[in-house]
Design a protein around this ligand. Structure first.
Ligand code: SF4
Ligand code: SF4
Length: 449
């Protein structure tokens, strides 16, 4: 695919989704490996993602207590302290195969959870789940993954702190050159657990908060008192020097409270605030009616663009690939260019990275492009991860933007956006079809019916 095919061809629209080669041709210079990694690591989604707004120089395993914040001109402080996923192994793999390596892997190390949240991707509940990967199996998978990359491992669930051997998993990831972070509901965090997070080199945790008050949050999370426990857990983690990111899943129930949640995040002194657009799979499918209508979705993303200008937090929408289209449209209106200098990682990354530099491993070892993409591409108990990553037809389809159909296929923003493939799969049954929640009509595109 030519660079112009992948891209609008209009230089004022930036190049966030270009391949590295395309970036190099377009800009007349090649990004350094660290810059490439930062760009590709910048937008994980499809799970309880943990931001990887990272500093290339950060030592693996070092945690970021007291590390200064740097600020983008567009807004959104970027916390520093741990390195991006990938490393030299990833570059060598890409050189060898022509395929990008996974930079971030979200790993549902258990499906067991102490809560029953309304929107849960995993529809997780308390109790033991048959067929969960054992510690030995997890170690074998890590051994294989590090032959092609040293990624960031987002250890998630369910509630990953329910797993008694979590610290052995964390240590093994470090030992093999990966970077572990944890997605947790924070209700189980005590001084002892936060101390372990710090001593086992967890640079950051992500914690979901969906309402600024206990009433809404506890109803959504299915457990009275959970809001207070979560806030307390965040405070304890911060006290121990563990970085915290707050995630909010946006639905019709809470869209009007986003500013208040941002204020809460600031008052708690967390490092990052990410808003997740609901992808209605798992238990979330039951609240399909609460997904924002497309126009409202667009409005929230425009609000995020404005809010990002002044937010002291690393603030960004996730599971919202059209945000990378909206950034370019609004920047153009303002007479600005989406450059790395002005927009930081937002200028360098792409909306949907599922199967491109990101994927998900389920509690039983199934591999998916992301946690919301309801299709299993192989199982690590039967095949090495590296083979599935390299050979899966679905992964390879997702990497080829020329295969996108409908208006996404015709869109001048497909390289920077790509649409949410999980949503297309869920709604149309075809992961390459047009993204159903995008109101944009590409230039020259005519609906067929
Ligand atoms: S049409 Fe598809 S690729 Fe274009 S902005 Fe919308 S979702 Fe993104
Ligand atoms: S398919 Fe959707 S939810 Fe999954 S990684 Fe892409 S944008 Fe995120």
């Amino acid at each position: 695919m030519s660079h112009t095919d992948e891209h609008s061809g209009r230089p004022d629209e930036g190049c966030a989704g270009c391949s590295d080669e395309a970036q190099a041709r377009h800009h007349g210079r090649r990004f350094t490996p660290d810059e490439q990694e930062l760009a590709e690591a910048g937008a994980p989604c499809g799970t309880v993602g943990v931001a990887v707004a990272v500093h290339p120089g950060g030592a693996p395993g070092g945690h970021p207590a007291g590390v200064p914040m740097t600020r983008q001109r567009h807004g959104g402080a970027r916390s520093t302290g741990f390195r991006p996923g990938g490393g030299p192994q990833a570059l060598a793999y890409e050189e060898r195969t022509g395929i990008k390596a996974p930079r971030i892997i979200a790993w549902e190390i258990t499906r067991s959870c102490n809560l029953s949240c309304v929107h849960c991707r995993a529809a997780a509940e308390f109790g033991h789940y048959e067929g969960e990967l054992t510690l030995d199996q997890i170690k074998t998978v890590i051994d294989d993954i590090v032959t092609i990359s040293n990624p960031i491992f987002i250890l998630t669930g369910g509630e990953p702190l329910m797993r008694p051997d979590i610290w052995e998993i964390v240590d093994y990831v470090h030992e093999k050159g990966g970077m572990p972070v944890i997605g947790t509901n924070a209700t189980m965090i005590t001084d002892e657990i936060a101390g372990k997070m710090a001593s086992h080199g967890i640079p950051r945790i992500s914690v979901s908060i969906d309402f600024p008050t206990a009433e809404g949050h506890d109803t959504f999370r299915g457990q009275p008192g959970c809001f207070e426990q979560t806030i307390e857990g965040i405070k304890i983690a911060k006290r121990h020097g563990v970085g915290v990111q707050i995630n909010t899943t946006v639905t019709t129930r809470n869209a009007e409270y986003l500013e208040e949640i941002h204020t809460l995040a600031e008052s708690l002194g967390v490092d990052a605030f990410h808003i997740f657009m609901l992808v209605p799979t798992g238990r979330g499918a039951e609240i399909l009616a609460e997904e924002l209508p497309p126009q409202e979705y667009e409005r929230v993303l425009e609000w995020a663009y404005e809010r990002q200008k002044t937010s002291p937090l690393h603030f960004k929408p996730t599971d919202a690939p059209h945000y990378y289209r909206i950034i370019r449209q609004l920047a153009k209106k303002e007479g600005r260019k989406v450059t790395r200098e002005e927009y930081g990682l937002d200028a360098m990354t792409r909306g949907c990275l599922g199967g491109i530099t990101f994927c998900f491993i389920s509690h039983t070892g199934d591999i998916q492009p992301c946690g919301y993409f309801d299709m299993q591409l192989g199982n690590v108990k039967e095949q090495p991860f590296s083979r599935i990553w390299t050979e899966s037809k679905v992964f390879n389809d997702l990497r080829d933007y020329s295969l996108l159909k409908g208006k996404c296929g015709a869109c001048e923003y497909k390289a920077v956006c790509g649409g949410c493939r999980a949503r297309s799969l869920e709604i149309t049954g075809d992961y390459l079809e047009a993204e159903p929640y995008c109101i944009y009509e590409p230039t020259g595109w005519k609906p067929t019916s």
